[in-house]
Design a protein around this ligand. Structure first.
Ligand code: APR
Ligand code: PHB
Length: 393
């Protein structure tokens, strides 16, 4: 029988960051991950970090490469009706965002865990959690076909939307809130210079488009696509044509095209489970909530959960005070719902939901209003750069 203080299920950004922060505070953890280590490092996800996330990565001592390689962005642009309007994030809020791929964050965390000799079990099959409301829950899993047991004080469910932890909660103990959107995002990565130095979010009668980047030489572009679309339906040529059509002409004409090095389709979903805690199991990151990618909040929200949970665990182990753990769910949910609202709203004004031209005119009017009102732009900007943490009450 193995033992640890905190059993962490899932080695995505949430699980790795939590184990690293706990380690730095002298708290032992074991991370159990279903996939191989190559799988984790190979996935491609959004790339915008709020200051709260950057600060936490620095606190976790994985900030070095990030601070060196990130692109700092002081603004974003909203494109609509042949206009391209800059939202001055820095001028409106005093804050900025960092562009740094989530894949890189995961790699940095994996390296830090390995360097510290952290216990991380890849290819842990059939993970199952038991005794959640007892003092010492048990995690069972299989490794190389052999049954294993891990006894712990707490379990952190960092196993993503499809993970086992949320599904192990007793029926009736939680409530789910969900919205599924009638479209997806088709994203490509290409080694071509980005069309602009800052991100462009574009509302077009043909559908949404986003111009993003990973570096001065690597672009990340997205177009809204149908839910039934397959990557094979979108050869590079079709993608570039569609992207250019959905941007103001001058910008579309300036797009440098090239072969894609990755192409994938993601559905859009909003999801929250309440509460985030059952007994000694705490849900964290995508296991607890999903946002559509329009505001790039996924990783930032996960980092915010980890910050609250790790501090509460440190308080518990240092002083015996469980108040932080008791407040975990309520504290996180306040932030989560605000990010859910923002991501839902930003999605709703930027995408094509129907063929009804009335709906498009209403969106254009909202964007026109937004870009003419300092108050409305500030509201967008302060949500985009990340809301401050609520006082810990
Ligand atoms: N047993 C063990 N591991 C599991 C299980 C299971 N039953 N189910 C899922 N996992 C692992 C997955 O293989 C994955 O590596 O849990 C991990 C969950 O990682 P993410 O889905 O990335 O979730 P999270 O770490 O909360 O990520 C937060 O990063 O990946 C993005 O979109 C995500 O932006 C969000 C942020
Ligand atoms: C990305 O660069 O992948 C990205 C950026 C901003 C978003 C979503 C994705 O809102």
């Amino acid at each position: 029988m193995q033992k640890t203080q905190v059993a962490i299920i899932g080695a995505g950004p949430s699980g790795l960051l939590l184990s690293q922060l706990l380690h730095l505070s002298g708290i032992d953890s074991v991370v159990l991950e279903r996939q191989t280590s190559d799988h984790g490092a190979g996935r491609i996800r959004a790339g915008i970090l709020e200051k709260v996330a950057v600060d936490l990565l620095i606190e976790a001592k994985v900030g070095e490469r990030l601070l060196h390689e990130r692109l700092v962005h002081d603004g974003i642009a909203l494109a609509f009706a042949e206009r391209n309007v800059r939202i001055d994030l820095k001028g409106l809020t005093g804050d900025e965002v960092s562009v740094y791929g989530q894949t890189e964050v995961t790699k940095d965390l994996m390296d830090a865990r390995a360097a510290a000799g952290g216990r991380l079990v890849y290819e842990a099959a059939d993970v199952c959690v038991e005794g959640l409301d007892s003092a010492h829950p048990l995690v069972r899993y299989r490794r190389d076909g052999k049954a294993q047991e891990l006894r712990c004080d707490f379990i952190a469910g960092c196993d993503g939307y499809h993970g086992v932890c949320r599904q192990s909660l007793p029926a009736g103990s939680t409530r789910n809130f969900e919205r599924i959107y009638p479209f997806g995002w088709l994203g490509i990565l290409a080694d071509v210079p980005p069309v602009a130095s800052e991100l462009i979010y574009s509302n077009h009668a043909r559908g949404f488009a986003l111009c993003s980047m990973r570096s001065a030489k690597r672009s990340r572009y997205y177009v809204q696509c149908g839910l039934a679309d397959k990557v094979e339906d979108w050869p590079d040529l079709r993608f570039w044509d569609e992207l250019r059509m959905r941007l103001p002409r001058e910008i579309g004409d300036a797009v440098t095209t090239g072969p894609s090095i990755e192409k994938s389709i993601a559905p859009l979903r909003s999801f929250v489970v309440e509460p985030l805690r059952f007994g000694r199991l705490f849900l964290c990151g995508d296991a607890a909530h999903i946002v559509p990618p329009t505001g790039a909040k996924g990783l930032n929200l996960a980092a915010a959960d980890v910050r609250v949970l790790y501090r509460a665990l440190v308080e518990h182990y240092r002083t015996g005070n469980a108040a932080g753990l008791d407040r975990y769910s309520d504290r996180c949910l306040r932030r989560i719902w605000k990010a859910e609202r923002f991501s839902w709203w930003f999605t709703s004004i930027m995408h094509k939901f129907t063929d009804d031209p009335f709906d498009h005119r209403i969106q254009l009017a909202e964007l026109d209003y937004l870009c003419g009102s300092r108050a409305a732009m500030t509201s967008l900007a302060e949500n985009y750069v990340g809301l401050p943490f609520e006082p810990d009450t």
